[in-house]
Design a protein around this ligand. Structure first.
Ligand SMILES: [Zn+2]
Ligand SMILES: [Zn+2]
Length: 302
């Protein structure tokens, strides 16, 4: 499904839900507002002039290097800044922590581009903090949501050329981000991971933890609901969890980005059991050659 079609279907589904229930629940209402800002940005971005040769794509995929590199992205930074401010204001209006955040100061001059780079390349959040009085998690959420329309546009122009079978790594083949959702496909029950940053879907082995890589079956388990539609994968080695949906258990059309918001209960359950969503610092590990050491250092300093 193209991204534009997906967006339209999501908005339609939210509209139908609103009609049925009188009003949208808080998180869904928030998501609809976020989506409309992101759609506006997508419209302005249009079809980006971004491509990679088949050779480059093969080379990077074989070497385990994600396709997008920050310095090669044709980002319209004034459009990014505009998107960032709108999304910052939306987050601020929905979160206690964001209310006093000075997003204006943050977006002044070139610092926003550098902050986006730090986020994209997985630099320690302390860098971001020096630029702003916002709390780190909120900051990352806002940057991520503002960058998403751009990443998705670049992804759409290259991803069809990627051979899934040659990747099978725990981070996104397009942007290097970590997965925050998964699904088992209808045909064979193969497990696909979904990127938290650019929504790319890629195939990954079922019997391994996508975060620490363990294949020790006594450490890996999942919980599921009565219908067997949703799963919560947990790993006792790294204490991380991953939400998933089993597409073999439903005839409905599933809109993956929306599922994140339909399953917020699962996040609460997982965290009550002592598991955490994947550590941010582990994002992008191995995304670029030689960067692994840098991450380790960053972790120690935190
Ligand atoms: Zn990605
Ligand atoms: Zn693990």
């Amino acid at each position: 499904m193209t991204t534009a079609n997906m967006d339209k279907k999501i908005l339609k589904k939210l509209e139908a839900l609103e009609k049925k229930e009188g009003a949208l629940a808080g998180p869904l209402d928030f998501y609809r507002k976020l989506l409309s800002i992101q759609l506006d940005t997508k419209r302005h971005t249009g079809k980006p002039r971004f491509s990679l040769s088949p050779e480059t794509i093969n080379e990077r995929i074989n070497a385990g290097r994600p396709l997008l590199e920050f310095d090669k992205l044709p980002v319209d930074w004034s459009l990014f800044e505009d998107t960032f401010k709108k999304i910052g204001a939306l987050f601020a209006s929905y979160s206690r922590d964001g209310a006093g955040t000075d997003w204006k100061q943050l977006s002044a001059g070139s610092s926003l581009k550098e902050a986006a780079r730090a986020w994209f390349e997985g630099a320690p959040p302390s860098f971001l903090m020096a630029e702003s009085n916002a709390n780190t998690t909120l900051w990352e959420h806002v940057i991520q949501a503002a960058f998403n329309p751009f990443l998705v546009a670049y992804r759409d122009s290259i991803y069809s050329q990627v051979n899934q079978e040659y990747w099978r790594r725990s981070y996104c083949p397009v942007c290097g981000g970590s997965p925050d959702f998964a699904f088992l496909d209808k045909e064979r029950g193969s497990r696909y991971l979904v990127c938290s940053r650019c929504d790319t879907e890629w195939i990954f082995q079922r019997l391994a933890c996508p975060f620490c890589g363990t294949q020790n079956q006594s450490s890996l388990t999942y919980f599921s609901d009565d219908k067997g539609l949703y799963r919560l994968y947990v790993c006792d080695e790294c204490q991380c969890y991953l939400k998933a949906i089993d597409l073999r258990q439903t005839e409905d059309e599933i809109l993956m980005p929306l599922e994140r918001f339909f399953t917020l209960d699962l996040d609460i359950q997982a965290q009550e059991k002592g598991y955490k969503p994947v550590a941010k610092a582990r994002d992008r590990v191995g995304a670029e050659e030689g960067r692994e050491d840098q991450y380790k250092k960053a972790n120690i300093n935190q």
